[in-house]
Design a protein around this ligand. Structure first.
Ligand code: COA
Length: 232
């Protein structure tokens, strides 16, 4: 049903990661056999197959990533919180992403990192980029980043969307609540993959407008991958 695949090169080497290639629309095969020992929470028992598959695949990757530096925690069930954020054991921070074709989890020591956020998206079509930009980009944000011409519009839009999802997943456990796409803007995105995101407004947890977060991005023919890390 799936195979492990190389991790995108977007995280520091002291962050463990496991990535798999998986067709989330696969209708064949027994999910319990494909992801043995990974528990489905009660809340997802009646969910459609794709939702169960992506959840199980994400938790399977998390277990494999935990094995790298925190093997004693690998069987931790990682239940979802009321807000859907995975309940990581206190000594680690982590993040999960799933999109058609690709599922991944990253785990780091809480002694080294306050937060880690990863996100992967399918490259947007030019039409989707145009249609959706107003929902996730600030006025002028995409135009400013596109000036160098390094990425086509669909790739650029997916990268900006993904970078903000990574920021959200990284900061959420500290902020403790929702903050929207207008709260931050991507201010740098180099062809080499260096990424900087700046807060436009202050957030609970001691974050101020102007604070910047560094990360990395990687692009393939089908997907974009981003990661944001916050050192302890
Ligand atoms: C929560 C959210 C980021 C997840 O996005 P998505 O498109 O479903 O992304 P992915 O599939 O890559 O990731 C889903 C995983 O993220 C994790 N996740 C969900 N909510 C989370 C949260 N609040 N904090 C951290 N991680 C979270 C979960 O592990 C989830 O998978 P699971 O439900 O199977 O466990 C998105 O739905 C959302 O609410 N975004 C709006 C807020 C935002 O992005 N603001 C931008 C601020 S600059």
């Amino acid at each position: 049903m799936f195979r492990t695949t190389p991790d995108p090169d977007v995280l520091p080497c002291n962050v463990a990661r496991c990535s798999i290639a998986v067709d989330l629309h696969d209708e064949a095969g027994d999910l319990a056999l494909a992801f043995p020992g990974v528990a489905l929470p009660e809340s997802l028992r009646g969910a459609v197959r794709k939702r169960r598959l992506e959840y199980l695949a994400g938790r399977w990757c998390a277990r494999e990533a935990l094995r790298v530096g925190h093997a004693h925690l690998a069987e931790h069930p990682l239940p979802p919180g009321a807000d859907r954020a995975p309940a990581w054991p206190g000594v680690v921070v982590g993040s999960i992403t799933h999109t058609q074709g690709f599922v991944s989890a990253a785990v780091a020591s809480a002694a080294e990192f306050r937060g880690v956020g990863i996100d992967s998206e399918r490259v947007f079509t030019a039409e989707a980029a145009l249609r959706l930009a107003g929902r996730f980009a600030r006025p002028g944000e995409l135009a400013a980043l596109g000036r160098g011409g390094a990425y086509d519009e669909g790739t650029l839009a997916a990268l900006v969307f993904s970078a903000k999802e990574s920021v959200y997943k990284c900061l959420y456990p500290i902020v403790g609540g929702y903050f929207g796409f207008q709260a931050a803007e991507v201010v740098a995105l180099s062809i080499g993959g260096a990424l900087r995101v700046r807060l436009v407004e202050g957030l609970p947890g001691g974050f101020r407008a102007g604070d910047e977060f560094a990360g990395r991005a990687a692009v393939t023919a089908t997907h974009v991958h981003t990661a944001i890390t916050l050192r302890a």
